[in-house]
Design a binder for this molecule. Structure first.
Ligand code: SF4
Length: 350
């Protein structure tokens, strides 16, 4: 405030809901105010309920992260892990279901670190919460994001036996090299990651797996990168959110020498992405002539006469159909696989 006297209010991600009060204070007192505290989950109580909901909705179940990866600012900006109470979450989802929502995406920076207690004091983990969501009428598809391999435990794999959990998992591995994972302070080894996916594929043999990758982390050698490419082949990733490493202020990685030349980082990123894109195209091609359950979400952006929705494995499908199908699960025969979407035609509504 001393450096910027023209600023009236400063608030953080956990005090966003206090903005109206801060605004009133600034208007009436002519004083500036700062609130960058981390009240636990008070924010969620303060948000107004949703009026009109889309067929697919996000519901925050926890915030923050206590993992402290060496490259990441999240624990410093969002605070450590805090979980909402299960009753609050379930009531919010029931309310959304009453408004026509059919798919819920349970959201958090580190969603499988969810820990809470029910009214009688029993401890609940993410798998317990998902089991509660399974029983909510009207909610027929559940997703969760983002997970950490360390807490991707057997109980979470078990809940995949319920077909309401979408056949898609985003589980960020970041690198296929144990040496780099250690420098990243990810606290697991590649073997752990592979073991989790192998166990999951016993329950869901054709599940689609996506991951985040960072290429060109300080000290990443050609051999480290080749190990990442090998992991991509071994797992058969379907999607990636991959980035070139760049230092973030106030992280321990920022103190390491950023020694991989930009040109090399770029080449590695292109190689990684083209490998994963090829695999994704292969998976899309295999879907041609199959029937896919699609939640119809809206009119297609490119053609208002068409509808669009997502398959279980998170692919957008465009097809002809009446607007009355929006909000319904529809079986679509896939007729064409494009780079970023599919085309199909309606078989039947559920
Ligand atoms: S990368 Fe993910 S797990 Fe690691 S500190 Fe950041 S939010 Fe947490």
């Amino acid at each position: 405030m001393d450096r910027a006297p023209y600023v009236d209010m400063v608030f953080g991600p956990q005090t966003l809901h206090r903005l109206p009060k801060m605004y009133d204070h600034a208007i009436h007192s002519n004083e500036s105010s700062i609130d960058i505290s981390f009240p636990k989950v008070e924010k969620f109580d303060a948000f107004p309920g949703v009026q009109d909901a889309d067929p697919s909705a996000f519901v925050s179940i926890m915030e923050g992260c206590s993992k402290i990866c060496s490259f990441c600012v999240v624990p410093k900006t969002r605070g450590y892990e805090v979980s909402r109470e299960p009753d609050q979450i379930i009531n919010e989802i029931k309310d959304l279901a009453n408004k026509g929502v059919r798919e819920i995406n349970l959201l958090g920076q580190n969603v499988n670190a969810y820990r809470s207690k029910n009214k009688i004091g029993e401890k609940l983990k993410l798998s317990d919460l998902i089991n509660l969501v399974f029983s909510i009428n009207g909610i027929d598809r559940i997703r969760f994001t983002t997970s950490h391999p360390l807490q991707f435990t057997d109980d979470l794999i078990e809940v995949y036996r319920n077909p309401k959990l979408a056949n898609y998992l985003h589980l960020p591995v970041q690198s296929g090299s144990n040496r780099i994972l250690k420098l990243m302070r990810r606290k697991y080894k590649v073997e752990r990651y592979i073991d989790r996916i192998e166990k999951l594929r016993i329950v869901r043999p054709d599940i689609s797996i996506s991951s985040d990758f960072i290429v060109g982390f300080p000290g990443e050698t050609e051999k480290d990168f080749e190990e990442t490419l090998k992991l991509v082949d071994d797992i058969g990733f379907d999607q990636s959110f991959s980035f070139i490493y760049s230092p973030r202020p106030n992280t321990t990685a920022a103190e390491m020498e950023d020694d991989v030349p930009y040109k090399v980082k770029l080449e590695r990123l292109q190689l990684l992405q083209s490998k994963i894109n090829k695999n994704a195209k292969k998976i899309s091609n295999k879907m041609i002539n199959t029937s896919q359950e699609v939640l119809v979400e809206k009119h297609s952006k490119k053609d208002m006469n068409q509808l669009t929705g997502r398959t279980e494995n998170n692919r957008w499908v465009n097809f002809d159909g009446p607007a009355s199908l929006i909000g319904e699960f529809v079986n679509i025969k896939i007729t064409e696989a494009l780079t970023n979407s599919l085309r199909g035609r309606v078989f039947e509504t559920n």
